[in-house]
Design a protein around this ligand. Structure first.
Ligand code: NOJ
Length: 758
């Protein structure tokens, strides 16, 4: 290295050290100078997050007089407002009317794409493709910031093992290892390298914590969980977000050990800040501070004090902080210093996103045309959707279809723009979505396609009313169910093959959309039975925001392609896969139960002291009288149009010391007739340890492309950390002894090899 290069390298390092140092909490001169000038009221104002409505309300309350409050310096941020002009207007209200001219944070829920809606997070997680997930988040951030938004209420990383819970749709499924990798990719995608760039946004990890484990799968219900399970199974993705540098965190609605997350000091201060070193700001969920009144913890003043003292910085919509803190300071219930600390963290976020230097950084009216819903973005959304689909079964290789086939395209979700985007797409527009009917016609123009609706999504008007809160998702046809069914059967009989697009309407999953029965609604089950009875080959294209219980359909001689809710390019992407332009490669990130009675069911469950023999009832063993223990479809499952063979699993060492890594290598061969992609999965079993280990846990994976006939050696490295777990003292340790590694196509992988940790 020459002198000049060395000099430049040192300078560059110094620059980063200064930047990082400058960004540590409490050390940003611009923020400290502002704080010096602020009155108590002005500081309290910064802790207030409001929504003027107009967008999608996500709670029962909508803020009032937002404009007046902004001008009075009583608002630190808003959400539900978009578009560079509107955002500029909002910023002007703050900047031109308040004494210290502090701009607003503008937030939004950009959960799976901004305008270019891509698949539900649960769907996207099935791609097991971290690069693609990061690209998706990058695209969402570019579009959202072009529309004035610089703070995203995403990623949602709640581990969910109960598919009755509707918000399972919004996360990455059941597994903490995979979930952590996905979170990291999303945070990187949203925040980019430099948060003050006009196309990057502050991410917000949510919902801290354990929101995905409510009792009985009912949204907002209590969570009761021991610390060992919490640390090993549920907390890792939140920690991963913090390790990846997430700028903010949102609390959850539920209580944890009797204290709601928004007022839980152990959670927000001891764990988040002290143990994990989080230095961003913490926002409540929608009125979750006020909801502590209903939880039974006191009046608004008391619960607001509890929240601030626990470590909550910003109050979403409830205005408890705004309306009670002055009094609480006067009465000595909180100190001005505590308010200053919270305010500092909010101002630091404004500083990092560049707002303190330029309040209009995200208000460029030229950008939407250039950055939103571009051809490239739609192309990416189509690709993402194809990668999210999971081929659950393919009887007699019904799929892929020939492009000139005579096809009966049947089902209530075939010609249905309203149900393509999926839940939690408040910024998407249903009218932009490509239907399955359109997609089929455009990808296979030579096919002879006849469409029949065949059934309503549900025949139950009461159920439909509850699902239709954000617009018509379930339409009950004027024709009788019998007439619709008859029409579909006739269409089926006169075709070569039937494609039935069935499943859940978008709002049958999502927030406050828990179900006790997660099967396909009876109206559609009848349709499926009637179609199969025609003896024509039937491919089911199954849409849902959650795993469903489908033992009956899974037992039929059909193909089943699980497509979740695929987003704006739904129809095109489904056609790409159905006609074989893309060979499906998605793998489930949740276990699919046989029945609701098996829930919670997940691949990393424990052995128990009385493990049951596989598929055989035995008295005094851990099993059911009326069901097998095994799930209907295991975690990690997903077929391809081709087939793969795993052989020759080897380790580079048979013994390792603490702190060392180990590498497993397997030979993978594409033994079928198509080029294809496979997600090679590695599961680890800790044979003996001081706390009961799971039967196996995902600890590595690699997505590989293989041409037909091709073989590859695939290596996966386990780091020293991958062997660690939280013990009874919650120390992160690995213990000496034997470990077993399984490598294969899903969580039932049988190819195995062992090693010893010294
Ligand atoms: C409530 C939801 O729980 C949360 O995820 C969302 O970010 C907020 N509403 C704001 O819309």
């Amino acid at each position: 290295m020459g002198y000049r290069t060395a000099y430049l390298t040192i300078l560059a390092h110094l620059f980063f050290v200064v930047i990082l140092w400058g960004q540590q909490s409490g050390s940003i001169p611009q923020v400290e100078a502002l704080l010096q000038k602020m009155t108590l009221e002005e500081k309290i104002g910064q802790l207030n997050l409001l929504t003027p409505g107009g967008g999608v309300a996500t709670g029962a309350v909508v803020s009032k007089n937002v404009e007046v409050k902004i001008k009075a310096g009583q608002v630190g941020g808003i959400f539900g407002v978009a578009g560079p002009e509107r955002v500029r207007m909002a910023q002007k209200l703050a900047v031109e009317n308040t004494r210290l001219k502090i701009p607003l944070l503008i937030g939004s829920d950009v959960i799976h794409g901004y305008k270019t809606t891509y698949p539900l997070p649960l769907g996207l997680s099935c791609s097991w493709d971290m690069e693609l997930i990061q690209q998706a988040a990058r695209m969402a951030a570019t579009e959202a910031t072009a529309d004035g938004i610089m703070w995203n209420f995403s990623p949602m990383v709640d581990i969910a093992r109960d598919p009755r819970w509707g918000r399972i749709a919004e996360g990455a499924g059941e597994d903490p290892y995979l979930g952590s990798k996905i979170v990291e990719a999303m945070v990187k995608g949203y925040q980019g390298e430099n948060l003050s760039a006009p196309n990057t946004m502050l991410a917000c990890v949510k919902h801290v914590a354990l929101y995905g484990a409510p009792e009985a799968g009912r949204d907002y219900h209590s969570v009761d969980m021991g610390k060992v399970k919490m640390f090993n199974q549920y907390l890792p993705p939140y920690k991963a977000a913090i390790d990846a540098g997430v700028s903010s965190a949102m609390t959850s609605f539920n209580d944890i050990d009797g204290i709601p997350a928004s007022g839980n000091k152990w959670l927000l201060t001891d764990l988040l800040r002290k143990r994990w070193g989080f230095d961003g700001f913490v926002v409540s969920d929608y009125t979750s501070v006020n909801e502590m009144i209903a939880h039974g913890l006191g009046d608004l003043q008391e619960v607001s004090v509890l929240a601030l003292k626990a470590g909550l910085d910003m109050d979403m919509v409830g205005e408890g902080f705004l309306t009670t803190f002055k009094k609480s300071v006067e009465e000595g219930k909180v100190t001005e210093e505590e308010i200053t600390n919270a305010c500092r963290r909010v101002l630091e976020a404004k500083y990092i996103s560049g707002l303190l230097d330029d309040p209009y950084r995200y208000s460029d009216k030229e950008r939407p045309k250039k950055d939103i819903l571009t051809k490239e973005n739609r192309k990416l959304a189509r690709k993402l959707a194809t990668r999210s689909f999971v081929l659950l079964k393919n009887h007699d290789e019904i799929l892929p279809l020939k492009k000139d086939a005579k096809i009966a395209l049947v089902g209530p979700l075939v010609d249905n723009q309203n149900n393509m985007l999926g839940t939690w797409a408040p910024t998407g527009e249903t009218k932009l979505a490509i239907t399955i009917l359109e997609g089929f016609k455009s990808v296979a123009p030579k096919a002879i396609i006849t469409y029949a609706k065949g059934a309503n999504i549900s025949d139950d008007p009461e159920f439909a009313k509850k699902v239709n809160v954000f617009g018509e998702r379930i339409t009950i046809d004027e024709r009788s169910p019998e007439i619709m069914l008859q029409e579909a059967v006739e269409v089926a009989k006169s075709s070569d093959v039937v494609v039935a697009v069935i499943g859940e309407a978008t709002e049958m999953s999502g927030e406050a959309a828990s179900r006790t029965d997660i099967s396909i609604p009876e109206s559609q089950k009848k349709l499926i039975r009637a179609l199969v009875a025609t003896n024509k080959p039937v491919a089911l294209v199954l849409m849902s925001g959650r795993p469903l219980t489908i033992p009956e359909e899974f037992g039929m001689p059909v193909a089943i392609l699980q497509v979740w809710h695929p987003g704006v390019e739904a129809g095109n992407a489904i056609a790409d896969v159905v006609f074989g332009d893309y060979n499906p490669s998605g793998k489930l990130t949740t276990t699919w139960p046989r029945s609701v009675g098996q829930i919670p069911i997940y691949h990393s469950a424990k052995n128990t002291g009385r493990p049951a023999p596989e598929n055989k009832f035995q008295k005094f063993k851990s099993n059911y009288l009326d069901s097998e223990n095994t799930p209907l479809i295991p975690f990690g499952h997903g077929l391809s149009y081709t087939s793969f063979e795993y052989t020759d699993l080897k380790l580079n060492k048979s013994e390792i010391s603490q702190g060392e890594s180990i590498q497993a290598t397997v030979t993978l061969k594409n033994t079928g007739n198509f080029d294809g992609e496979e997600v090679v999965q590695l599961y680890l079993q800790d044979m003996v340890r001081t706390i009961t280990p799971p039967k196996r846990q995902l600890k590595g994976f690699k997505k590989v492309i293989l041409k037909k006939g091709e073989s590859k050696q695939v290596s996966i490295t386990l780091s020293a950390n991958d062997l660690k777990f939280y013990n009874s003292n919650l120390e992160f340790v690995s213990e000496p002894g034997e470990f077993k590694i399984y490598v294969g196509t899903d969580s039932n992988a049988t190819l195995s090899v062992s090693f010893t940790l010294k």
